[in-house]
Design a protein around this ligand. Structure first.
Ligand SMILES: Cc1ncc(COP(=O)(O)O)c(C=O)c1O
Length: 388
């Protein structure tokens, strides 16, 4: 089976892990500091604060921005549930703005409708989904106009760029995940980035039980610290990230070329000014054929994933908080159509050709079932480049 994800652990990771084990400095240590500095530098931010995972990084980023009980935070409903959960951790209220189905990211027009209607929105938590930057020109313009704090959930977008600037460096704070299947990983892990020295100082307290530089406890804190072991893996992985991103982009290029004329699927659109790092290569197929398509390729040895088959507010826990079906129609529609194909850096040429061959062969299957539904080609790629 060609799996949708394949974490890479090389010689360098093993060498650094052995060094850390031999040193017996297993909790905080020199690799944590090295990793924080090198990842912040790579992403174009001044400060990096390593943390146990992407979720704790999001929680810390929201606390840094002063989000507290009763505050309103606008976000996308089409993301991993941790995005919205982190808002609930602060006892704040998630308000969902619909997405642009072309990019799968929050639609600035929908965001502005909410900002006009809702008074006193404290923060906006955007997500650069699948490795594609949100429309940062439009979002920064709204930030100027409506004066909210901006947090970037960059958990899937290490190295992604908007107009040659890396994501995670635009907002007041940002959060990344180094979960095992991400474009770079530390098993479990995360980091918060910021350009604000005061935020950096506060975040260091939040992740360390509230302790300040004088070993007194002046704020409520948690144990959200990354281990030296995990950070050592991160140091080794970061050295290879650009090479891995290039491979993902090259794989996406092969797929785009092969799939662009198939009428049963829609390839991802990439805005002209963005560098998509393809954490996921996500196509859209007709809702009535998605299950069959996934089974067809699985029977021929191709794995896939659905990220996500429901918008966050339609999950039972959120329904019980009072959110109703129909709130964000584009996101609900897209959740029925998306399929992510293997795109990772470990795919061989032979894997890529096999995947292309199998997917092209589905065409015959599709023809036989044409009456059962068509792909919703609402999202034209006009003004986007489908080739990279
Ligand atoms: C968009 C998004 N936000 C948040 C998270 C949470 O990160 P973690 O799993 O490291 O806690 C993830 C990870 O899956 C994610 O993809």
């Amino acid at each position: 089976m060609i799996n949708v994800a394949h974490p890479v652990v090389g010689k360098r990771e093993r060498q650094l892990i052995k060094e850390v084990l031999d040193s017996r400095i297993l909790a905080s240590g020199k690799y944590v500091t090295q990793f924080e500095q090198s990842f912040a530098r790579y992403s174009g931010a001044k400060f990096g604060i390593a943390s146990v995972n992407g979720t704790t990084s999001l929680h810390t980023a929201l606390l840094m921005c002063g989000v507290k009980s009763g505050d309103k935070v606008v976000t996308t409903p089409f993301s991993f549930i941790a995005t919205a959960n982190s808002i609930l951790f602060c006892n704040a209220k998630p308000i969902f703005a619909d997405i642009d189905p072309k990019t799968f990211n929050i639609n600035p027009v929908e965001l502005e409708k909410i900002l006009k209607k809702e008074k006193n929105v404290k923060a906006v938590l955007i997500v650069h989904l699948y490795g594609l930057s949100c429309d940062m020109d439009a979002i920064l313009e709204l930030k100027q106009k409506y004066k909210f704090k901006l947090i970037e959930d960059s958990c899937q977008a290490h190295g992604a760029e908007f107009k040659n600037k890396k994501v995670g460096s635009f907002g007041d704070a940002s959060a990344f995940s180094f979960y095992a299947t991400k474009n770079m990983m530390t098993g479990e892990g995360g980091i918060i980035l910021t350009n604000d020295a005061k935020f950096d100082k506060y975040a260091r307290q939040v992740i360390n039980h509230g302790r300040d530089a004088h070993s007194t406890y002046t704020v409520l804190g948690y144990n959200y610290r990354l281990t030296n072991l995990a950070a050592a893996i991160g140091v080794a992985q970061l050295e290879q990230l650009e090479n891995w991103i290039s491979k993902r982009i090259a794989n996406a290029q092969e797929y785009n070329e092969a799939f662009k004329d198939l009428d049963f699927l829609q390839i991802p659109c990439v805005p002209k000014n963005s560098r998509h790092v393809f954490h996921q290569y996500t196509i859209r197929v007709s809702p009535s054929q998605r299950e069959e398509f996934i089974k067809y390729i699985a029977d021929k040895g191709i794995g896939s994933g659905i990220y996500y088959n429901s918008v966050i507010y339609n999950q039972p826990f959120y329904k019980q908080l009072g959110y109703e079906v129909g709130l964000c129609k584009e996101a609900e529609k897209v959740a029925q159509e998306v399929v992510s194909l293997p795109i990772h850096q470990s795919l061989s040429k032979a894997d890529i050709y096999k995947i292309i061959k199998v997917i092209k062969s589905y065409k015959n299957e599709y023809k036989n079932n044409r009456d059962r539904g068509r792909i919703l080609r609402t999202a034209s790629c006009k003004n986007f480049r489908t080739a990279l």
